[in-house]
Design a protein. Structure first.
Length: 110
């Protein structure tokens, strides 16, 4: 997943929060930051107030579904002020050598 795709995913997450909780998240200050692991990213954005308890379960479900559709997984989701915080786990950065297909014209020893 490239930086542009992560930014797009972060913007979608903030849009879901604003849709569910009536514009409590600041879209101008979205951050996608690195962690110690290259496969883990953190999305943060300032919240003006907490997301209502009634809106949290469907919102969490939608965030997880959106991440899965982009080959990532949502970890911890914090929906309380002062910041929205979502941990995103990426599947892989590159395809491992053992999963690459062999060329069609390569010879095999049978």
């Amino acid at each position: 997943m490239t930086g542009t795709e992560l930014t797009s995913l972060a913007e979608d997450i903030v849009k879901y929060v604003n849709l569910a909780a009536f514009d409590i998240c600041d879209t101008a200050h979205i951050k996608v930051s690195d962690t110690a692991s290259p496969l883990v990213k953190r999305v943060t954005a300032p919240l003006t107030k907490d997301v209502p308890k009634i809106a949290q379960p469907p919102l969490r479900h939608m965030i997880k579904k959106s991440c899965k559709s982009r080959d990532a997984f949502a970890g911890a989701i914090k929906l309380n002020a002062p910041n929205l915080d979502v941990v995103i786990y990426l599947k892989r950065r590159i395809t491992p050598a053992w999963q690459r297909e062999t060329p069609v014209d390569s010879q095999t020893n049978d």
